[in-house]
Design a protein. Structure first.
Length: 193
């Protein structure tokens, strides 16, 4: 398995080695030692989640204000444009974002550490999105940054895929701008290092 740090180096893209033939394929989807060597972190994953979304669905940008979650995400059916936004106020990359195309075909995984907001946009007819988390879901602590915050200027590939407007949950339509969600002097999502 290869690991590549993205433009925000705390976010790591994992590319598995795939062994395939006319019968199918085999890959190692997770290896604790490889994860620790690539990230420099020791994390215990406590929850696995699986969501299915249809084309044009945009989920995010989600984070938890207490009990922040690190996420190891992948797609087992379909294609998504996945985004991580640094919301650690003390970080030199605060307010910056990185993205990766995750698909059933490329089988890549993305490590999004604590202190990041996360979202994805579905490009295929359907997408099955699987992710491991380092903390349990805490609905009372969940928050959302609006997907189209002009300060973030995320280049979602929406129009390029013939979609006028993404499909959002009611919760995601009420997301705040980064400056409202992370006002100066109020730390959000401290890392657990």
């Amino acid at each position: 398995m290869k690991a590549k740090r993205l433009a925000i180096p705390d976010v790591v893209l994992f590319e598995p080695t795939i062994f395939g033939d006319d019968r199918g394929f085999f890959l190692e989807s997770f290896n604790q030692r490889v994860f620790e060597d690539a990230t420099g972190l020791q994390r215990q994953f406590v929850q696995d989640n699986h969501s299915r979304s249809s084309k044009g669905v945009l989920r995010g940008l989600h984070y938890q204000i207490q009990k922040p979650q690190g996420k190891l995400v992948r797609v087992t059916n379909g294609v998504v444009f996945d985004v991580a936004v640094d919301i650690r106020q003390s970080s030199p990359t605060f307010g910056r974002w990185v993205s990766a195309m995750l698909s059933a075909e490329n089988k890549h995984q993305l490590w999004i550490p604590e202190g990041f907001a996360h979202g994805f946009f579905v490009l295929s007819e359907f997408a099955d999105f699987l992710y491991k988390t380092t903390e349990y879901y805490s609905p009372q602590n969940e928050r959302c940054i609006v997907w189209n915050d002009s300060d973030l200027n995320i280049h979602w590939p929406i129009l390029e895929h013939g979609i006028a407007t993404p499909k959002l949950s009611e919760k995601d339509t009420k997301g705040l701008r980064l400056i409202e969600a992370c006002p100066p002097g109020q730390p959000i999502n401290p890392t657990t290092d």
